[in-house]
Unconditional design. Sequence first.
Length: 320
Amino acid sequence: MNISKEQGNALRGVAIITVLLGHGFSHLSNNPFFIINFLGAVGVGIFLILSGYGLTESYKKSGINPIVFLKKRLLVVMVPYWLVMLIQTFLDRILLHRHMDARSWLISFIGYVDYDHKDCIDKTMWYITYLLLWYILFLILFSIKMPAVIRIIILFSVSAYIRINCFGPVADWIINCFSFPLGVLISYAKPYMSKKNIPYIFGISILMFFYISSGYFQNMLSQETMWNVYALSGSLMLICLLLLNSNWCSNTFLNVLGDASYAIYLVEGYVFQKIPHLYSVEDNYIDVFVFAIISIEIGIIFHKIYIFFKGKITRAISAN
């Protein structure tokens, strides 16, 4: 089950579409398709699986240098987050006359965000906190010499701890607790998984996804377990679907979205949450798609600008 860079990029495009749909429909008070509200969990699941897979593939090729690892995470993840946060803080002050105290701002700045933290700028940024947790754990485990199976066991043990103890500031930690370790497992299991296995994985995933979506297991499983299965089966279903149809990988739209997926994620939560406070909008499906298009446009513009300046900064550092 090999995932190429091209396939990974197209998958990120698919993932950000599901996040936009999930977050957008969750703001509708009269949405009859309640299950769509949780599509965001499927998109986040894909992002986490790809992250675990990509980091493991990189490790297998060139090992891990803690300084290089941290520097790359800083430039790719934290700096864009800080820039977006500064812009959002400014917009909050100017447009909404909303002020954050220094402590709340610093907590958000270091990447700690939860739904109960009423002063956080964008509640969807819980993902940053969660991603940092897995990055730190990955760095520790892969910096120490040990068999791959031990690393996998430890990662899934952490997932099990999060799930059993409902650990974390938001429920999304529990829903997506197995996704990152699953990406690591897929990378290590590649030699034992042929392309012939993908249709079987796809078949099982699509059955579980639609059974959960239909409410079939509602009285048999706990709510947390249902959303675990929903996020994992939905993520695997879409991953297998794309791997079975390689034409998707050359789709220009998906590739553009995939390139800018992280930037779009950083801005879409703010767009969905704050625009309704500024303008009188109707509670309908058209607004969801309008907000999604606005998020995509802003995200792509931010991504292009950041990549331009990031290249200059990287070259300047390398020259010194």
